[in-house]
Design a protein around this ligand. Sequence first.
Ligand code: HEC
Length: 379
Amino acid sequence: MDEKVLYSMTGLFDTPDQIIEAAEKVSDKGYTKFDVHTPYPVHGMDGAMKLPPSKLGYAALVFGLSGTLTALTLMYWMSVIDYPNIIGGKPFFALPAFIPIIFEVTVLAASVATVLTMLFVFFKFPNNVHPLHDTDYMKAVSSDKYGISIQSEDPLYDEAEITVLLGELGAYKIEEVYYDNDEVLEKHNIFEPKFIGLLLVLVILTSGTAYFVLNKLMFLPPFNWMANQGKVIPQENHTLFADTKGMRTPVQGTVARGYLPYPYSGQPELAAANLANPLLPTEENLALGKSKFNTFCSPCHGYFAEGDSRLNGKFPNPPSLHSAKLREWTDGRIYHVIVEGQNVMPSYSSQMTREERWATILYIRTLQRSLNAKESDLQ
Ligand code: HEC
């Protein structure tokens, strides 16, 4: 309390117009180290004080741009170099798809870094002491008065002159503010080991209590009896079997439903002789055959089996199915082509069930009949 240092000369005003005028006059006189304190932001104050634009904008720009760059490089590295995947047919480097993330990271980086820069660089956090703190002046301007404070550091500082100037402008309570050097230079307690230690103890205490209460005192087994079932899960082990494998290889000779083995593989003549169409040419079967023929056969053979492929030029055109040879082939022989394919024509056994294959053959017969009708068909 003994060593008091002069900080500034302060004056209070009653209206915002007065403080604007005061700021203008003071800066016009050439004072540079002064500040204005108002209970709320007063419009036009930075102009009146002749303040240069804040440098905070540059920090925002730099951090924003580095956010843009980070997002862009990160996505480029992930989707072009490290894990290139075609997504929705887009190129690996799909800028339009990157824009939302670039935007978000830019905004995030700019805003967070701006706040931190303001705190640590401009406000010099953790410094929290200022000579004006706790003065009557500060109490007045944070309630309903408007104040100006001209610092003793200002080269033009002259007690008498400033007193006259502020008086002319209509200020009252023109006073000098002193501060205690020791107090301002004092090291702040925020990062002291004792304080950090206290924080650590608090962290351990609260998390320990929470853990004990929730996991020991009030613990209820989670509701999971639908997830844990005794059944055998594919790819998992199970104690039911000696080798613990949940998935079993089928017993030798097992035939899966709908997968009867084809006995005439590579033997078209045997197929022709031994296979007979089990279906009758009912309306229902012909409708099924037509539908399957149009789906699976017509792209190459044409809707009327004339070999006029819709894939013209992209796949060798097949021969017409109306040839004398085909009309003489037994149903079993055509069935063999559907199951095994023939030269460039692939097998259709996985796309069509046995019933569908036979129905398709019935439909092919109908198509053949339509171009080569018998005398008896007319009666
Ligand atoms: C991808 C095109 C394509 C599709 C689809 C296709 N075929 Fe073929 N088919 C061919 C070609 C090409 C040939 C001629 C193969 C050859 O050179 O022996 C052929 C030949 C045939 C033959 C023998 C003709 C002959 O004169 O030797 C029959 C029968 C036949 N197809 C029936 C069918 C049936 C039934 C379907 C539908 C289940 C079908 N094809 C679907 C391309 C196709």
